[in-house]
Write a protein of this length. Structure first.
Length: 160
């Protein structure tokens, strides 16, 4: 599993813009910036939609006032699902919704979880991390998929 002091890999994720699907190389996107990334098991799932993503939306302005340049929500979903979920949550430009469409980033970071039993397949563990110049300086990974405590927006805000 990724650790504090490591950097994000040079793997592309997908982001839907008004112009179409855009590739984002995470390592380049986080270069020379302070970025919060939070990973969720799935868009539109109960804890992700009811607590995790809304919690980051609630503290987005406070995170940015503490020097955070971008907030990224990452999930093993396709870019159309992530875009629709972002619209339902009214994230506007406060959170960048990205799709780890093949789970490649999630697997490379060692943050995958097999949720085949409830019909979800390979997904991301619930986590949050702070990157400074693409180096992980804070990392909070939940032990249980339904938990949203140490990976919450409030928790990472208090850790800054």
């Amino acid at each position: 599993m990724i650790k504090i002091g490591a950097s994000l890999p040079s793997i592309k994720v997908k982001h839907l813009t008004p112009q179409g699907i855009e590739d984002i190389a995470l390592d380049q996107f986080c270069q020379n910036k302070k970025v919060v990334v939070f990973g969720v098991p799935g868009a539109f799932t109960p804890t992700c939609s009811g607590k995790h993503a809304p919690g980051f939306l609630k503290v987005a302005d406070q995170l940015k006032s503490k020097g955070v340049d971008n907030i990224i929500c990452l999930s093993v979903n396709d870019p159309f699902v992530m875009d629709a979920w972002g619209k339902c949550l009214n994230v506007d430009n406060k959170i960048t919704m990205v799709a780890d469409h093949a789970g490649q980033v999630t697997k490379t970071l060692g943050l995958e979880i097999d949720m085949s039993a409830p019909g979800l397949g390979l997904r991301s563990k619930r986590y949050s991390m702070l990157l400074e110049n693409n180096i992980v300086t804070k990392l909070f990974v939940e032990d249980e998929a339904g938990a949203c405590d140490i990976s919450s927006g409030d928790h990472i805000l208090n850790a800054l």
